[in-house]
Design a protein around this ligand. Sequence first.
Ligand SMILES: Cc1cc2nc3c(=O)[nH]c(=O)nc-3n(C[C@H](O)[C@H](O)[C@H](O)COP(=O)(O)O)c2cc1C
Length: 202
Amino acid sequence: MPDAPPRIALFAASARRDALSKRLAAACVEPLRVAGADVMHLDLNDHPLPLYHGDDEAAALAQGSLPAPVVALQQLFAQADGFLVVTPEYNGSIPPLLKNTLDWCSRPNPADPARSGGVLYANKPAALMATSPGPLGGMRALFHARDVLGYLNMLVLPQQLAVGRANEAFAEGKLIDERQQNAVTSICQALVSTTRQLGRHP
Ligand SMILES: Cc1cc2nc3c(=O)[nH]c(=O)nc-3n(C[C@H](O)[C@H](O)[C@H](O)COP(=O)(O)O)c2cc1C
């Protein structure tokens, strides 16, 4: 019986309908599948979470559980064996959407301890990419994202990609620049291979 394919959660850290980061995330679907992944392609616009507020969390827990949209996303993250995150850059760092999403899901839920909190991230491989309409491609956000994911005990791959001038970088769902498209393929292969080596998470 062959091993089940590693499940990779793929999402852009932008809810915007025409987000450049979503274009790059979409361009990763096929390379991930070709590398052998079961791709869980998420759109954070489908998972609107409130801005984290400790009082709101306490009020929800007093009712027995974290807020329903948080629980729904935690259940999806729990199914992931690895992550591929494509982030925009906001003022030299990651957008609040990314931090808020990671923070909410990092909260333990006494109603579902196995599918909430740090266990969603710990020891799971993660790959990072960035996009920007500017020339640097969100490079500064990548380094901050690496810190944040590392703090969550994710195993962040050394390979990363920043796509500058991203508003002009895509045609027919792929990167026009062959070197960049090759980098996408190579990062997807490395992520799937590392995730497979580390094994499925329960
Ligand atoms: C608050 C804010 C700060 C931004 N700061 C940067 C920045 O530091 N570097 C950069 O390259 N682009 C910056 N931008 C422009 C974004 O890269 C651009 O809006 C991009 O399209 C957003 O990502 P998305 O297309 O994936 O939604 C900023 C945009 C906003 C709204």
